[in-house]
Design a protein around this ligand. Structure first.
Ligand code: ADP
Length: 560
């Protein structure tokens, strides 16, 4: 769901339904009665119609008997008062909502107009669509009390998504949105923290319509001895065993003299799809792009929107009249999706002049391929391609991992290689790379959705040094990481990057920080593979999961 595009329908006024829950807004007669709502409604309905019937009968009798109408008995007086009381109740309950529904409908029509438009600035679009509503809302909001604003959000008069902009105070906007949400849904967000987060830091960058934040514990594993440097690795996870297991892997790597890593490729990709009137025209452009003598022209166009994006190459694939062009570029320390997309737009604008019959279908034609399992990333790489290796000594295998070389080599062959082949795996020739990748990604502000391709990994094991020691390696062709941009700038994530010494842009060599982070991810995966495989080999897996992953607390009582 693209939450930026419209104020969630859930945040519009909920249709009224009979309920025993307290009414969210407005003081009504029913609020004063300690009775269920349906009961008081039924009571007043019955009262209204029965006294009305009674008074009509009395009226008829008086006319027949020529008794003046203003001469009333005690029971008639009581009936008149009951009629008035029940009328006021029913008007208060149903009449006000009837009027409010007109106001809500007017504002909802404004949203629907807003939704039909494309673009970033919703408030301006609202003003363009319905200046009278926007003009009315904005000055009122900045001076109103929180309670009044909550009311307006509940009624749908103020769009929930526009609160930050209209109030100019992110913290207050979140508090109000959250309160309105609770009233509309009649559900408590008590367990979801509100305070202790800088909502200004995520505005227009990381998350729209925040109502709080989810807490994920961060554990540390290490030191990882990698290329002669030591790193303490932060891991954000709620799965027991992951940190402990990686830590054990680090211990074994350390005791064996450390791991070695290499970045063998570094390039982020974006692949637009364009359509031509014929397949031969699509091929014409493919040949143009394949021709090395045209590369510099393309690179000049591509590189002009960034100091860091540098075109490396274009790989083409044809499907009938459609051409898919996979642009690859270096991106400095950024993960690079924005940069590569801007560069591709420059090239497309240039190509449009040269090929006027070219129809640009999409900036991304999925040949990229982002956040989806795809063989192209596994084979060609995306982001950083890394390989990391270590030789684990025989005595370390025995002491730390309680297993042997032969057992691990055989297990790796049967599980990670043959087993994954039997399963038809795509990049999944490993035991649990994604556990480690996800935990480091979340801790360091990477895009967790890119865990899909970033966890592609083949784990190899073989006996070396006359069969005494174990050579283990992980090869990961598409680790997509950055140390600047996106979620990396948020306080918590930034602290975790700092712990690793890779925070922000590298001053000496652009790209050095993000490449080092990719190496650390690979080194951590190496440790995770070693430890889990050893646990399986020595039959410890279930035992350790029972120890770390099974809470002894009665979870039904937690949080109550
Ligand atoms: P992404 O392309 O990963 O989405 P962003 O565009 O959000 O990243 O952030 C990258 C921004 O940081 C760019 O504006 C870029 O010019 C700037 N920047 C500064 N130093 C560097 C660096 N060393 N590497 C990459 N980008 C850098």
């Amino acid at each position: 769901m693209d939450v930026r595009r419209r104020p969630s329908k859930a945040l519009r006024p909920a249709p009224k339904e009979p309920s025993s829950a307290p009414e969210p807004t407005g003081a009504k007669a029913s609020d004063a009665l300690p009775l269920p709502l349906y009961f008081t409604n039924a009571l007043f309905f019955t009262l209204f119609f029965s006294v009305a019937y009674y008074l009509l009968l009395r009226w008829r009798d008086k006319i027949r008997n020529s008794v003046p109408l203003h001469v009333v008995t005690f029971s008639e007086l009581a009936a008149i008062l009951s009629l008035i009381a029940s009328f006021i109740y029913l008007l208060g309950f149903f009449g006000i909502d009837f009027v409010q529904s007109f106001i809500a409908r007017a504002s909802n029509e404004a949203w629907d107009l807003v939704d039909e438009e494309e673009g970033e600035d919703h408030r301006h679009r609202l003003m363009a669509c319905s200046p009278s509503i926007a003009d009315h809302i904005i000055p009122a909001v900045s001076s109103a009390e929180d309670e009044e604003i909550v009311d307006l959000v509940v009624k749908g008069t103020i769009p929930s998504y526009a609160l930050e902009e209209q109030l100019g105070d992110c913290q207050r906007a979140v508090r109000i949105r959250r309160e309105a949400l609770q009233r509309i849904t009649r559900r408590s967000l008590q367990g979801l923290p509100l305070d202790g987060f800088d909502y200004g830091s995520i505005l227009k960058q990381c998350c729209e319509m925040p109502v709080g934040y989810v807490q994920i514990p961060v554990g540390i594993a290490g030191p990882l001895l990698l290329d002669s440097f030591e790193y303490i690795v932060p891991m954000a996870t709620t799965e027991g065993c992951i940190v402990a297991s990686t830590n054990r892997g680090f211990k074994g790597i350390y005791a064996s003299g450390g791991a070695t890593s290499t970045i063998l490729r570094d390039g982020m990709t974006r692949a637009p799809v364009v359509r031509f009137p014929s397949a031969s025209r699509a091929c014409h452009l493919k040949f143009f792009l394949d021709n090395p003598s045209n590369f510099q022209t393309l690179a000049d166009e591509f590189n002009k929107s960034s100091n860091f994006a540098r075109l490396q190459g274009v790989q083409c694939s044809i499907a009938g009249k459609n051409l898919y062009m996979r642009f690859s570029c270096t991106t400095g320390d950024a993960m690079g999706m924005n940069m590569v997309s801007k560069g591709v737009e420059n090239v497309l604008a240039y190509l449009r002049n040269e090929y006027p019959d070219m129809d640009i279908i999409s900036i991304s034609g999925n040949f990229c391929s982002d956040k989806k399992p795809a063989a192209i990333n596994w084979i060609e790489g995306r982001g950083k391609s890394a390989v990391c290796e270590v030789v684990i000594k025989e005595e370390v295998l025995k002491k730390v991992f309680r297993t042997s070389v032969a057992t691990l080599v055989e297990l790796n062959m049967l599980k990670n290689l043959a087993g994954s082949a039997v399963a038809g795996a795509l990049g999944g020739f490993n035991a649990h790379a994604s556990n480690i990748v996800s935990a480091i990604f979340i801790a360091t502000g990477q895009d967790p959705a890119q865990n899909v391709e970033s966890s592609h990994c083949i784990t190899m094991m073989e006996a070396v040094n006359d069969g005494k020691d174990l050579h283990i390696s992980v090869t990961m062709p598409s680790i997509e990481v950055g140390t600047i941009g996106g979620g990396t700038q948020l306080a918590s994530q930034s602290a975790c990057l700092d712990l690793l010494g890779v925070k922000g842009a590298s001053k000496e060599l652009p790209g050095a920080n993000s490449r080092l982070l990719a190496k650390i991810v690979a080194g951590s995966v190496l440790a995770g593979e070693l430890s889990l495989m050893a646990a399986i080999a020595s039959g410890q897996l279930v035992e350790s999961h029972m120890k770390y992953n099974r809470s002894t607390k009665d979870v039904s009582k937690v949080g109550s």
